[in-house]
Design a protein around this ligand. Structure first.
Ligand code: KIV
Ligand code: ZN
Length: 536
């Protein structure tokens, strides 16, 4: 199977990527990202670890029901409860895959699992057989394969394939290997595992030494046919292999890689990258390959001159190939709905991605404030419009703040909580602190600020200010974001967003608790009935 020319792209942004975030995503955010990743035309999407929490189970289930196109995959340790939860969560997917794993390196076997390789293999075989009751698409990973002796790897993989694994994944879990070493692992597996042709060989590289992309590329040259990666390379520690980089390497260097190809729709790269960055609160470094702000910017005079004469003097790919489009439209408050819709379509947004009325209303308000509205403003409006959930419990009604050099600042906040309006005033060292104190008095929730980050969206003094907050409440972390021309307002909107995230989490918990109670009650009634039957 490793002989064909298509390189399968297995996206794990919503699993390996999500597990590394400082605040977990809401279900709505995960669905939004899942749709964006599906539009990239990835082959497989790993969207969660269903047994890890009821929230993860629910979002995997919803994505499995809703997102069409790629194979939807869930992660499971090689234990029955994990496989069962995964199989159950994925059951409504058009196409589903269970990805099960166990560690195989001496270090992990001895200290983490306290098992022998033979015991791990037995456990893996049992898990694969159980998974085959739910699907015939089963992936098996040897965790820490990069540090597993090659003969051990060959031995366990042969058994996993015999048990029914259809994809064999080789993770460099700690990002330790270097390209020729990793390629040699793949070549040896292909030469030494007798049944290797019955499975697709996959690689999953971490970036601890900055080699995740290089290792993945070397692996496909050695015969691997699936690359596991994430948008912007987000993931545990230094992250995973970056999807956009491998896709563009294979696409740009056809002279080397053809006939190998991926099905990635490269024009979706820029948009999905920015969405992941926004939603996951993971800024993109400006010099990041493919999607960084400077990736296509030419600063030196010599380079600018060269590009004007012939684009390929200093550009090996065109920005349009990754979905960056130049804007010739001047968007002002006089621009109509159809112009906004047209520009958003050029930026890659379909009508289903946003509510035109809502975005247009915010656009006009912003254009009145700023004069000209740029693409990044428009994209930010769509992003923030989508962030609003229906029936938000908390809403900012009004805000006034004042600050004078050398004096304490003060703020008055009007906050709608359900159908009631509360007003509070407070003082602080600055207007943001004062406004936060006023909100805290109204909500009465114990919230600890873990991180506060302010960034300008756009350039010049009329740039929008985006505030991202990470806040802790009862041991859980929540991410809130706010956008406005006035940074005190952005901060307050981010705080209100956090309050809504907490409120939603509490509602879900209460619902889960009630369901559990009903199930227990039903079980109890059933037991009583059976006991009564026994006595008759
Ligand atoms: O890095 C790793 O080993 C993993 C496995 C679960 C595939 O993420
Ligand atoms: Zn990983």
């Amino acid at each position: 199977m490793s002989g064909d020319n298509k390189i399968w792209i297995f996206d794990t942004t919503l699993r390996d990527g999500e597990q590394a975030l400082r605040a977990s995503l809401s279900q709505k955010q995960k669905i939004q990202l899942a749709h964006a990743i599906a539009r990239l035309k990835v082959d497989v999407m790993e969207v969660g670890f269903p047994v890890s929490s009821p929230g993860d189970f629910d979002s995997v289930q919803r994505i499995a029901r809703e997102v069409k196109g790629p194979v939807i995959c869930g992660l499971a340790r090689a234990v029955a409860a994990d496989i069962e939860a995964c199989g159950e969560a994925l059951k409504d997917a058009e196409r589903r895959r269970i990805h099960t794993f166990i560690a195989t390196s001496p270090l992990h076997l001895q200290y983490k699992l306290r098992k022998t390789l033979a015991q791990a293999s037995e456990q893996a075989v049992a898990a694969i057989k159980l998974a085959s009751r739910y699907t015939d698409d089963i992936e098996f990973s040897c965790e820490d394969a990069g540090r597993t002796p090659i003969d051990d790897l060959c031995w366990i993989i042969e058994r996993a394939i015999n048990a029914g694994a259809t994809t064999i994944n080789i993770p460099d879990t700690v990002g330790y290997t270097i390209p020729n070493e990793f390629a040699a692992i793949i070549s040896t597996l292909r030469n030494k595992v007798p049944n290797i042709d019955k499975a697709r060989l996959s690689v999953h590289c971490h970036n601890d030494l900055g080699l995740a992309v290089a290792n993945s590329i070397s692996a496909i040259q050695a015969g691997a046919r699936q690359i596991e990666c994430t948008v912007n390379g987000i993931g545990e520690r230094a992250g995973n292999c970056s999807l956009e980089e491998v896709a563009m390497i294979i696409n740009t260097r056809k002279d080397i890689f053809a006939p190998l190809y991926t099905d990635i729709k490269t024009t979706e790269i820029y948009r999905s990258s920015h969405l992941v960055s926004q939603i996951c609160n993971m800024p993109i470094q400006p010099n990041k390959a493919i999607v960084g702000e400077n990736a296509f910017a030419h600063s030196s005079g010599i380079h600018q001159d060269g590009v004007l004469k012939a684009q390929n003097t200093y550009e090996i790919m065109a920005p349009e190939q990754v979905g960056i489009r130049q804007n010739e439209l001047n968007l002002t408050s006089r621009s109509g709905r159809h112009v906004i819709q047209h520009r958003l379509a050029e930026l890659g947004y379909t009508k289903d991605d946003y509510d035109l009325e809502a975005v247009y209303k915010s656009f006009v308000a912003l254009a009145d404030q700023k004069g000209r509205v740029f693409d990044y403003d428009l994209e930010a409006l769509v992003f923030f419009e989508n962030m609003q959930e229906q029936n938000d419990y908390y809403a900012l009604e009004f805000l006034s703040s004042s600050t004078h050099t050398g004096h304490i600042a003060s703020a008055t906040v009007g906050l709608r909580c359900g159908d009631q309006l509360f007003t509070e005033a407070a003082t602080g060292n600055g207007p943001v602190e004062a406004a936060f104190s006023a909100i805290a008095r109204i909500s009465k929730l114990q919230i600890k600020m873990v991180d506060f980050n302010l960034q300008a969206k756009g350039s010049g003094e009329d740039a929008l200010g985006q505030v991202d907050i990470i806040a802790e409440h009862e041991g859980r972390r929540f991410h809130g974001a706010g956008l406005a021309t006035d940074i005190v307002r952005s901060s307050v909107l981010a705080y209100v967003h956090v309050l809504n995230m907490i409120q939603r989490a509490q509602t879900i918990d209460a619902h889960k608790h009630a369901q559990k109670h009903t199930r227990e009650h039903a079980r109890e009634k059933n037991t009583l009935k059976i006991a009564a039957g026994d006595q008759q």
